[in-house]
Design a protein. Structure first.
Length: 382
């Protein structure tokens, strides 16, 4: 079945362009043509009514949504509920994210993601294992009692997902460089996070294969005048990617602007670090036996420690435009093209181009989400 999306600006590699139509065939983009192209003859049309068409948003850090937390029930149903909740906010691809937990729970999480991909649960791209190879001094909301060393058996577990991407966040100073190298060799994407490493340790980890940094600035050694720390290493390194949580709580707008100025173009991408309140009426939940409360978009425990976020991806895009002054096209790429590049799936995701997955969002002039499309199917309409 073919369908043409017409009558609205389309975000291409050149920016928003008028006078184009996107032809989808099944789950993929077949062509991007002029709106008056003869190729459109006889094809059913979907009228965008002047709203803009952009690549679907990709979130590499999704702990929960729709009232559920992945750690609580790491199964296909939980993944499906999380994905459906985030699709309402423009997320067309995501990594269900497991906060530091026992290895038995990690096995269940990996198996659940593998099954979800096999069952074609909309949007599932792989798994993110955030810990448990982290630094107690920078644990944030993670339970330090779950932290363990990364031994050869753990490497085998972390590399066991049969399809999709595996992202592992670890503290490089607590892991042998040879283990990082082995993970990367087996196709695992390794990010540094929740780490007390110094600049030299971080540089060594980058050389060993660390590809990026999990929620830059948060839960890592800061940039100092004589000790650059993890933040300094991240900003100084041209090749690595950095995820950022643009919710108004994790980062000051000036810090975000500085990071964007320091890193090469395309190396900073948006994540939500979302918790169960996203897409639900819940304003509190349990994590590691603690009550986490969401107020005014901020998730925190009784001591005020941040515990993920209540952020969604389209809000992250709007916040980025408002806080940095960059144009909408670039903010959208930070939520689509750049995370796809970080995951190494940009040949098929994060762009509107022939051969790519037909994952789209439709947004109006007020940057409000009107529609979400995943694999050529409209899954949400405002």
């Amino acid at each position: 079945m073919e369908l043409a999306l017409v009558n609205g600006p389309i975000l291409t590699a050149r920016g928003f362009e008028d006078g184009l139509a996107v032809i989808i065939r099944g789950a993929a983009i077949a062509a991007v043509v002029a709106a008056d192209d003869s190729a459109l003859a006889g094809i059913a049309r979907h009228d965008l009514q002047g709203s803009s068409l952009a690549p679907g948003l990709i979130d590499c850090q999704v702990n929960g949504g729709g009232g559920v937390l992945f750690n609580d029930a790491p199964d296909v149903d939980t993944i499906r509920r999380i994905g459906a909740a985030h699709a309402r906010f423009g997320t067309t691809g995501f990594l269900p994210t497991l906060i530091s937990d026992d290895q038995s729970v990690m096995r269940d999480a990996i198996a659940a993601v593998d099954s979800a991909i096999s069952e074609q649960v909309p949007g599932v791209l792989g798994v993110h294992l955030e810990g448990p190879y982290l630094a107690p001094a920078r644990r944030g909301i993670h339970n330090a009692e779950k932290f363990i060393s990364l031994d050869p058996a753990a490497v085998e577990l972390l590399a066991s997902l049969r399809q999709g991407s595996t992202l592992v966040t670890l503290a490089p100073e607590r892991v042998e460089l040879a283990r990082i190298h082995e993970l990367v060799k087996q196709g695992v994407i390794v990010a540094a996070g929740h780490t007390a490493a110094d600049y030299e340790q971080t540089r060594a980890a980058l050389t060993a294969g660390v590809r990026g940094f999990t929620h830059l600035f948060n839960a890592m050694t800061p940039l100092g005048s004589r000790e650059p720390g993890v933040v300094g290493a991240a900003l100084d390194d041209a090749a690595s990617w950095c995820g950022v949580i643009v919710d108004g709580h994790h980062l000051h707008p000036a810090v975000l602007r500085i990071a964007l100025a320091a890193k090469p173009h395309g190396k900073i991408f948006l994540v939500t670090d979302a918790m169960p309140p996203v897409g639900s009426e819940r304003d509190s939940f349990e994590l590691n036996g603690e009550r986490i409360t969401s107020r005014n978009g901020r998730c925190e425990n009784a001591n005020g420690t941040l515990a993920g976020s209540a952020l969604d991806m389209i809000a992250a895009v709007r916040n980025t435009v408002a806080q940095t002054g960059i144009d909408l096209a670039e903010a959208l790429r930070m939520g689509s093209t750049y995370p796809a590049q970080f995951l190494g799936i940009d040949a098929t995701h994060g762009r509107i181009a022939p051969g790519c997955r037909a994952d789209f969002i439709v947004i109006d002039a007020d940057l409000q989400l009107r529609e979400t499309w995943i694999s050529g199917e409209r899954v949400y309409r405002a």
